[in-house]
Design a protein around this ligand. Structure first.
Ligand code: 5GP
Length: 193
């Protein structure tokens, strides 16, 4: 277990650092190198989901050696009434993606329901291709078995993590590392973004 270097607020609510700032930075650079190689000469659009994904997207896009457009979506959270997936889009893309190569940049994939919903939305616009780049992959709770995860930063155990964009009640997003919360959130349903 590494020490907890940071910070505001309530670092005593964190159990341990799962992935250090250095580990995250190094892996993001590797992912960016892979993406730059694979998408050279292609019209690439990086799409992420507000709000958690913006930290990863910002670092990943700056480490690319190829041009890429950035765009954002926002979606409603799950409710008890819609356990099978996400209800609706709150913010759609601004970019036209027909005929372009789309990479969905996710902070974390857990059950996979959010990603599956987003893929369905993206496919209706007839992009040239759609693939997923996720920083964290929590495979233990996966419900959707067949997601096109082309780039994966880290496979992590079934724990609720915060930092590097991931929040608990809108806190901890600013942390430069990924940490495990001391107490698991009460609900077993996760909230997108
Ligand atoms: P899904 O279960 O649909 O794959 O993930 C839904 C959303 O739940 C993710 O996009 C993320 O916002 C949130 N989520 C899932 N696991 C975690 C976690 O360990 N920590 C945090 N902060 N959010 C999570």
């Amino acid at each position: 277990m590494s020490s907890l270097p940071v910070t505001r607020p309530a670092a005593d609510e964190l159990k341990e650092v799962l992935l250090s700032e250095e580990q995250v930075r190094a892996r993001v650079a590797e992912l960016a190198a892979d993406i730059s190689r694979d998408y050279t000469g292609r019209d690439l659009v990086l799409v992420t989901v507000l709000r958690g994904g913006i930290f990863f997207l910002a670092d990943l896009s700056r480490a690319l050696t190829i041009p890429a457009a950035l765009d954002f979506m926002a979606i409603t959270s799950y409710t008890a009434d819609s356990p099978s997936g996400v209800a609706r889009l709150l913010k759609d893309l601004d970019e036209e993606i027909t005929g372009r190569h789309v990479l969905l940049v996710e902070d974390i994939i857990d059950t996979g329901l959010t990603a599956a919903y987003l893929l369905r939305v993206l496919h209706t616009r007839n992009p040239a291709s759609v693939a997923i780049c996720t920083l964290l992959d929590k495979t233990a709770r996966r419900i959707v078995p067949t997601l096109p995860i082309r780039y994966r930063g880290f496979e992590i155990p079934d724990a609720f993590v915060v930092g590097y964009g991931l929040d608990f009640r809108q806190q901890y997003r600013h942390l430069p590392y990924i940490a495990v919360l001391k107490e698991e959130p009460e609900t077993s349903l996760s909230l997108p973004g």
